[in-house]
Design a protein around this ligand. Structure first.
Ligand code: NAP
Length: 238
């Protein structure tokens, strides 16, 4: 059986991805930071696969290693790595705190590096594997007030392409998925004004759902002859 590590897998888009891969018969390592995943683990196991929850702050190099090690200890292989963990700390550049810049870069960009750094030797040895990094259309829209988030997600897209070139000769694919506005806790707090602006600009005139991102992530992870690509899912916004 195949095994997937989903970072930030206990809620939002990550939770939907964990459930999708489980429905497809994949054992799941649910990485979490503050959301206790016990109920989700039971839900996943009820689908007939095995699952473990591993607490780790992906922005920390050693904790990301412990996450990958836990997967190897339990399942002995890493077939899929989905780098979904991410945060926003929006603010205009002249007021952005250094800590808010660092936190977003450390979680979104360095966290993605950390897990790829530790999982790639295993995938190289296996001569197989698929990595999907969750980017964002923010990398293309470059919204005011999101210099940190935009930089982190543009960095993820660039890093995805570099790593795809490095791992391709061993049959490992590395791609990114860039969602638009998806209904989760991350977008819940945004003002009605912003939500209305989004709806005006989205061709499909509705927000995306986490399970729609999950379907695409599973597809991208199993495409085979696609690597270094960034696939958007934004209802026709960009
Ligand atoms: P969310 O509901 O706020 O979930 C964020 C996830 O990231 C949580 O599972 C959280 O874990 C995890 N996380 C945060 N910091 C972490 C850390 N240091 N170590 C490990 N996990 C950490 O947000 P979401 O909307 O599902 O976002 C998921 C991904 O999609 C993010 O990368 C986000 O940038 C991207 N995205 C979202 C949208 C959108 O419209 N929602 C659009 C484009 C891209 P805990 O809860 O356990 O702390």
């Amino acid at each position: 059986m195949k095994t997937a590590i989903i970072t930030g897998g206990a809620k939002g888009i990550g939770r939907a991805i964990a459930l999708k891969f489980a429905k497809e018969g994949v054992n799941i390592v649910v990485n979490y930071f503050s959301t206790e995943p016990a109920a989700l683990i039971s839900e996943i196991e009820a689908l007939g696969v095995e699952a473990i929850g591993v607490k780790a702050d992906v922005s920390k190099f050693d904790e990301a290693k412990a996450l990958v090690d836990a997967c190897m200890e339990r399942f002995g292989r890493v077939d899929y790595l989905v780098n979904n963990a991410g945060i926003t700390k929006d603010g205009l550049i002249m007021m952005m705190k250094e800590a808010d810049f660092d936190a977003v870069i450390d979680t979104n960009l360095k966290g993605t590096f950390n897990t790829m750094r530790h999982a790639s030797p295993i995938m190289l040895k296996q001569k197989s594997g698929a990595i999907v990094n969750i980017a964002s259309i923010a990398a293309f829209l470059c919204n005011a007030g999101q210099a940190n988030y935009t930089a982190s997600k543009a960095g993820v897209i660039g890093m995805t392409k570099s790593v795809a070139r490095e791992l391709g000769s061993r049959g490992i694919t590395v791609n990114a998925v860039a969602p638009g506005f998806i209904e989760t806790d991350m977008t819940d707090d945004l003002s009605d004004k912003i939500k209305e602006y989004v709806l005006q600009n989205v061709a499909l005139k509705r927000f995306g759902k986490a399970h729609e991102v999950a379907e695409l992530v599973y597809f991208v992870a199993n495409c085979g002859y696609m690597t270094g690509e960034t696939v958007t899912l934004d209802g026709g916004w960009t």
